[in-house]
Design a protein around this ligand. Structure first.
Ligand code: ZN
Length: 132
């Protein structure tokens, strides 16, 4: 079976992946204006500041939108169908793209979800979500 393509951490995203490996969902918060942002990037879209801190999130949110794939759109997804891509509105505000790990037949916009961490390699642990 083919392997799923994995994230390739860079200087901006490495902390996010390190926190996931430690079982924590975190996002960048602008140290100047306080705006939360995800995905990680070097500057604040609100005020342009390079100053940031990483804040721990609750891991809870609601499904903002989703797509259920009933075909393996990548060889690595053979045997993992249906495959549900979700956009989660995190409790703290930012949106996060992920996957639903169970409950594909019950998925709906607005349902509450919580993060679960899936260790894929020694370097990458993916934040995924389950219905609550
Ligand atoms: Zn800012």
């Amino acid at each position: 079976m083919a392997d799923l393509p994995l994230p390739i951490p860079d200087a901006d995203t490495q902390p996010f992946w390190d926190y996931c490996k430690a079982g924590e969902l975190r996002a960048q918060r602008c140290a100047s204006c306080g705006r939360l942002r995800h995905p990680p990037r070097p500057t604040c879209a609100e005020c342009g500041s390079f100053d940031l801190e990483w804040v721990k999130l609750s891991g809870r949110g609601t499904i903002y939108t989703y797509a259920v794939s009933h075909q393996a759109v990548h060889p690595a997804l053979e045997g993992r169908i249906p495959h549900t891509a979700i956009l989660v509105q995190l409790e703290e505000g930012p949106l996060m793209t992920s996957n639903l790990v169970e409950g594909d037949d019950r998925v709906a916009i607005g349902l509450p979800v919580e993060v679960v961490f899936e260790r894929v390699t020694d370097e990458i642990t993916l934040p995924k979500f389950r219905l609550v």
